[in-house]
Each structure stands twice: as C-alpha cells, then as structure tokens.
Design a protein around this ligand. Sequence first.
Ligand code: PLP
Length: 373
Amino acid sequence: VNSIYLDYNATAPLRPVVRVAMDSVRGLPLNPSSVHRMGQEAKKRLEAARKTIADAISVFPHEIIFTASGTEANNIALRGFAERTLLVAATEHASVAALGARLGAATLPVDENGRLRLDALAQALAQLNRPALVSVMLANNETGVIQPIAEIAAIAHAHGALLHCDAVQALGKIPLDAGLLGVDLLTLSAHKAGGPIGAGALVARGNAVPQPLLVGGGQESGRRAGTENLAAIAGFAALVSEVAHCPEAKEMQRLRDRLEARIAAMVPDAVIHAHQAPRLPNTSNIAMPGVNSETQLMHFDLAGFCVSAGSACSSGRIAPSHVLSAMGVAPELAQSSIRASLGWATTEVEIEAFAEAWIGLYQRLKMRDRASA
Ligand code: PLP
C-alpha cells in the first residue's frame, strides 16, 4: 500500500533482522517441552532468547515469563496478586486501565504534564491497611510522557507495595534497565518496536511471584501454561539485541522536533500536548484547534498518512482520550488532537510531507470557515 506510516505506537513494521530470526525457526517442529533432540534444540533456543532479553534489561533469565502480548503480561501482573489492593495511574493503557476498573482499582491522578502526582501516591498508600500493588507505565502510548519510575518505586517500596510498570512503549526508544528502575514487575511487547505481534513478556523480579492466569502444562516454570511460540520469541530476542541501545532514538527525536517546530511556526494555535514533560523521542500528540480529530484522520488517510487519535479501540472507532482528559485538557481540545508516532523506518521526506499536509489542512479549513462566516 502506498502510504506514509506514522503510527508506530500502534504497531511497527517488522525489522529485517527479526524476520531472519523468525524464518530460522518457523515451520520446524520445535516444542521446548519435548524430550527428543528437536525438543532439546527448541529448549536451547528458548533459553538463549530468554537470556538475551534478560541481559539487555538487567534481570535474571528465570524472571522472564513469555506471554502472547503486552495485554496478557499486564493481566498476569494485575490479576496475579489478588490479596493486594490495586492502585493504577489515570493515564494507563486500556490493558491496565480497563482491567483495573474491573478489579476495583483506585485511580492515581496525574498533573497537567501527564506525570503521576507523587504526593497523591504517597497519601493513597499511607491510608491503606493492606499491602498494595501499584501499576504505572514507563511511557505513555498517546503522549509519550515518561513517568519518574525510580521515584515511584521508592515510594511504593517504602509502603510495602509492589510496583508493576508497563514498559511496552519504552522498549527501543529509551534505555530500559529494570534494576535502575527498581520495579518488581515489568511488561514488554515486541511489536511496538519492530518485533512480531504475538510476543510479550512479564518480568517478575525477586519475591514478586504472580499467580498464573493460564494453568495446564508446566511451561514457563508453571507461571504460564501453553507451548511457547518459539518463532515469535526468537524474533523478540533478535529485536531486543537490535534495539537495546535505542539506535534510532536521536534521529527520531530530530524528526519529531522538526515536525513540531514546523507546525508551531506556521500555526501558533497548535497545541503540542505535554511538550514540557520528558517524552519518548518518537511521539507527538498535537491539537489542531477547531478541527475534530475524525475529520483530520479522514483527510490524512485520503492523503496517504497513517496517524491516529486517542487510542484505537478494537472496533476501529475513536474513543475520547482518557489520557488527555486526566491531564485536564479541555474536551474540545482533546477531541481535536491526533498522534503521530515515528519509528525505525521513518524518513525526513515523510516528516516534511506530513508537516506540509497538517499545515495545508489547517489553512484550507480555516479559509473555508472564513468564507462561510
Ligand atoms: N501497554 C501499552 C502502553 C500499549 O501501548 C499497548 C499497545 O497498544 C499495550 C500495553 C498492549 O500490548 P499488546 O498489543 O502487545 O497487547
């Protein structure tokens, strides 16, 4: 399809090294639980992948539980500690937010930059009479806002709480070291960074041992039953080897900043959400005041650009963004916001084209408004 793809936070095109790693496994009868030589070979490859990923994020291999998605890892983390009171940040991805709501979690507020209110966290924890599980993402999928996870971990631990961190959007974009972050539980997913859809992991460190969600065979040391998807896991490990040091971060940031600077220079009314906060280098969430995001998406789609608004729900419809609303963004402004997210294959030519299309659309619609006024 002839298009300019700026929706990497939804999913990214597969990296060539990932494809090669997957092709070396795909189609072979490799079940790591089999005792024969093919099974042993499968087990060897599975454990090699586990070690590659563990080394890259500074954890022990046995702390990694492979899953089929980030969503599944988040489900194991949140459902795996039923005895704890659950606290989740207001800007979490649906796989934490919707599940948290179902499990009766309390919501922790963020400030106008989308950063967790640490005072509110400490206060909420101080009031509990049961140990808690706190869930705060490392980087937000809609705005790119990065949370001060190490500080949050210190507060959580001071109150005897465990910290779960959804790092799905961080992988390959900012450094990821579970030890430095001080988290107990960490969620990863391969497909946002150019790995396969269908490979994720929950890292469960030290004494944080979740109850399994899937029970059956003893795979993943009894923590997640079901035959491991070795091709996807091999792709995941190849991805992590390639992106552990965020090779494209500088270039993505240069292009993202250029996009924002061009739009701000031509359209001073444009609002770049959370641009004061530490953000991922690849994400830009921009409001075109007075133009609703569905109209923008339709125009951009017709012009060949893939961008998104809020977070796409499975129906493909656009839901109002709970992230922007938690940051106190006015509903009209939130409903005129779209997200562009860049990735490993994004080029300067694409960014220039999108900046021009954005400015062009704004000017055309404003001219039309003036003519009809
Ligand atoms: N967490 C965040 C922050 C995400 O952006 C996503 C994907 O949209 C997920 C979790 C879910 O990951 P997966 O698509 O692997 O289930």
